[in-house]
Design a protein around this ligand. Structure first.
Ligand code: XIL
Length: 339
């Protein structure tokens, strides 16, 4: 019995060791960020200790989304967000706002909004500008629009495209810039590294925006990847293509799944090493970009116990830098001590 229990816990958390004293962000010339869920932040927690020791940029994982900040028409709920902003200030962390316009995590009133085209436009503009003004000087940057393109490269059909037409994208950036001219404004999306059709469509759209003088300064590539896909060559090609825009590039939501097919698995040393190697390749490739285009890299959660993948995809996975017990994994060690 004792042996079995020992094996089970050993499977959950294979021990690795590396010197984790030096902040991870100190290893890199660009900010290294983490998506934070403030419910986990408490002064004596390992979560807070690691989040402040190793990361100098923060993206709120959920609490800056419309359903949290704007729960009722004309009513904004700033309390949690302001507290997180104060936390970041106290710990010298950059705060990246995520996200103003998306088709998910909308409050019910917004998803079911009815009104004339002018009423839609006013609602859309007020939402963007009230939030941007509130956080002016506190956030460095915003994901203004998230996930607006479909897998086939067409514009995704959302409440925004349906009621405002395809120009909503451009308008979102203009409204945000108008409300907070100092914030860097990003377009953020997923699968850009593995789906060249979608990537080409997003890059072509960005080029049009640049030619039209729309205030877009950056592209966020989410990078929810896995040890099996995409291949390293695809990752390198995606970053090369994205570099051509001249925009700031944010690897904005990195996690590296080791169980993309949702099988019954254990995080073996071999799987965790493959994860470390994949991530090291990605970060090495990113590091070779021109410094002016390196907005930074952000991990989508701190430890495996906090990953969205387990609840969202209903599968066991271990995609982050720290394990369920907040111990550094091989991926952390390789990033902290690049070869
Ligand atoms: C996810 C959060 O991590 C989950 O906690 C939440 O339940 C759903 O949203 N792309 C994004 C992020 O841009 O906002 C998503 O975050 C993950 C996918």
């Amino acid at each position: 019995m004792i042996l079995a229990a020992g094996l089970a816990s050993c499977r959950k958390a294979p021990l690795v060791s590396c010197d984790a004293a030096q902040p991870l962000f100190a290893v890199y010339p660009f900010p290294v960020g983490v998506a934070i869920n403030p419910a986990e932040l408490s002064p004596s927690s390992e979560y807070q200790r690691l989040a402040t020791q190793h990361f100098n940029s923060v993206t709120p994982e959920n609490i800056f989304k419309p359903s949290y900040l704007h729960p009722e028409a004309g009513q904004y709920d700033w309390a949690d967000a302001d507290q997180l902003a104060a936390f970041c200030r106290a710990h010298n962390q950059r705060l990246h706002g995520h996200t103003l316009i998306w088709h998910q995590q909308l409050p019910g009133w917004m998803a079911n909004f009815t009104g004339s085209p002018a009423a839609w436009e006013a609602m859309f503009r007020d939402h963007i500008q009230t939030i941007c003004r509130h956080f002016q000087g506190q956030v460095s940057s915003w994901d203004v629009v998230n996930e607006a393109f479909a897998a086939d490269g067409t514009l995704r059909s959302t409440i925004w495209s349906q009621h405002l037409g395809s120009s909503y994208l451009e308008k979102a950036f203009r409204y945000a810039h108008n409300a907070d001219p100092d914030a860097l404004l990003f377009y953020n999306d997923y699968d850009l590294e593995s789906n060249p059709v979608k990537r080409r469509a997003v890059l072509a759209w960005l080029q049009t925006m640049q030619l039209r003088g729309v205030p877009v300064q950056g592209l966020g590539l989410q990078m929810h990847i896995s040890i099996v896909s995409p291949e390293n060559t695809q990752l390198a090609e995606a970053l090369r293509d994205a570099q051509q825009t001249g925009l700031k590039l944010h690897l904005s939501e990195i996690d590296v799944a080791i169980n993309p097919l949702g099988q019954a698995i254990t995080p073996t040393p071999e799987l965790l090493q493959r994860q470390a190697d994949k991530l090291a390749f990605l970060v090495r490739t990113y590091r070779e970009l021109p410094r002016a285009q390196q907005f930074g890299i952000t991990f989508w959660g701190l430890s495996d116990g906090n990953t969205w993948q387990r609840s969202y995809y209903h599968r066991d996975d271990y995609p982050l830098l720290f394990d369920d017990n907040y111990q550094p994994k091989p991926a952390f060690c390789l990033l902290a001590h690049p070869r």
